[in-house]
Design a protein around this ligand. Structure first.
Ligand SMILES: *[C@@H]1O[C@H](CO)[C@@H](O)[C@H](O)[C@H]1NC(C)=O
Ligand SMILES: *[C@@H]1O[C@H](CO)[C@@H](O)[C@H](O)[C@H]1NC(C)=O
Ligand SMILES: *[C@@H]1O[C@H](CO)[C@@H](O)[C@H](O)[C@H]1NC(C)=O
Ligand SMILES: *[C@@H]1O[C@H](CO)[C@@H](O)[C@H](O)[C@H]1NC(C)=O
Ligand SMILES: *[C@@H]1O[C@H](CO)[C@@H](O)[C@H](O)[C@H]1NC(C)=O
Length: 297
């Protein structure tokens, strides 16, 4: 019996649960929606056009739409937030998760105002896409489809001045999404093996089992660490590109801080496991050496 091996066993269990949650957060509407990878806040798309398209060119469908929205220059400008996208059939947000994406409305308001504070705003998911390993998150196609579905309007993404450079950010995200998925699966498998090995090590003491456990947990730590580093890099890069190119049309991208907390917590737990096996190995060595000294003495 080696009761001290319960520490790595418990850490592996916690890390296993956390990495499962990373994979499945948001996989159905309302389940850990805040643990998204990236959320696109599309609630203000088109607001920037309100001033500049104040032309009398009635052949432009967007002008007609915007002319019906509000009186320009009015102080009630915030009251009309989200009205343009609502008329266009675009949701307030689109959030990417590991297995799917969700869309929905911000409630009770799209942006904080005098009566609604930022912390009171939460996401009301209307729909999520089907779960699929290595799906592509393509906001350009999603928005195009939403615009196509809105009957009676001929507005295209070009009318909204949708920047084509946004694709660069999205392509980065998509190209690495497959790699992230595979890494999380490998990490989950290795953490599971590390957990089994730790449970065995509770029953079997000895340096060999500490050594085997050390090797397995190092591999599991590397896998989850690599997955976390990759997901962090992709999130930062994708949101920076989208915010850079999208700000002029009112598009905002938010990276998922809570997802990062989850994945780095799992990585930290696996580091604790690795360290505890190193300690276990050293203690084991001291124990086996003691009888040798005794014989010589
Ligand atoms: C539109 O014009 C109003 C009044 O001139 C101004 O207050 C507002 O900031 C302008 N909005 C944008 C998005 O430029
Ligand atoms: C959505 O984006 C707009 C424009 O950048 C911002 O004013 C608003 O606060 C954002 N809403 C949320 C809930 O993040
Ligand atoms: C803030 O937004 C809410 C929800 O849209 C609205 O009911 C309220 O009147 C707004 N308050 C102010 C001061 O604009
Ligand atoms: C979320 O949206 C649905 C449908 O639009 C609505 O019936 C429901 O009341 C909303 N929930 C919240 C908490 O606002
Ligand atoms: C939307 O409609 C345009 C023109 O009708 C078409 O070219 C485009 O493929 C459609 N997009 C989607 C996502 O359905």
């Amino acid at each position: 019996m080696r009761p001290s091996a319960l520490i790595p066993a418990l850490c592996c269990t916690a890390a296993l649960i956390l990495s499962f949650l990373c994979l499945f957060a948001g996989h159905k509407a309302g389940f850990m929606e805040d643990y998204h990878l990236v959320t696109l806040n599309t609630s203000m798309i088109g607001e920037n056009l309100v001033n500049e398209t104040r032309s009398t060119d009635t052949s432009n469908p967007l002008t007609n739409l915007l002319n019906g929205v509000r009186n320009y220059g009015s102080s009630a400008i915030n009251d009309a937030i989200g009205e343009v996208t609502q008329k266009l059939g675009i949701e307030d947000f689109y959030s990417a998760h590991m297995l799917n994406y969700c869309e929905g409305q911000y409630t009770p308001a799209e942006a904080p105002n005098a009566t609604v504070s930022e912390s009171e705003i939460h996401k009301n998911v209307t729909e999520c896409s089907k779960n699929r390993a290595m799906y592509k998150f393509d906001p350009t196609a999603i928005l195009e489809e939403a615009l196509n579905k809105t009957t009676g309007l001929d507005v295209t993404l070009d009318d909204l001045h949708w920047p084509s450079d946004i694709e660069t950010g999205i392509k980065t995200l998509n190209a690495l999404m497959g790699a992230m998925f595979v890494l999380y699966c490998v990490a989950i498998a290795l953490i599971f093996v590390a957990l089994l090995a730790a449970v065995v090590a509770v029953l079997l003491s000895g340096r060999l089992s500490a050594c085997v456990n050390f090797l397995i947990s190092v591999l599991a730590f590397l896998a989850i660490g690599l997955a976390s580093a990759l997901v962090t890099a992709v999130m930062v890069k994708a949101t920076n590109i989208i915010n850079d190119k999208g700000s002029e049309i009112g598009l905002e991208a938010n990276r998922g801080g809570k997802f990062l907390a989850l994945t780095w917590a799992a990585t930290g737990l696996m580091l604790v496991v690795v360290v505890s096996w190193v300690v276990e190995f050293c203690i084991g060595r001291r124990h086996t050496k003691q009888p040798v000294y005794a014989k010589h003495g």
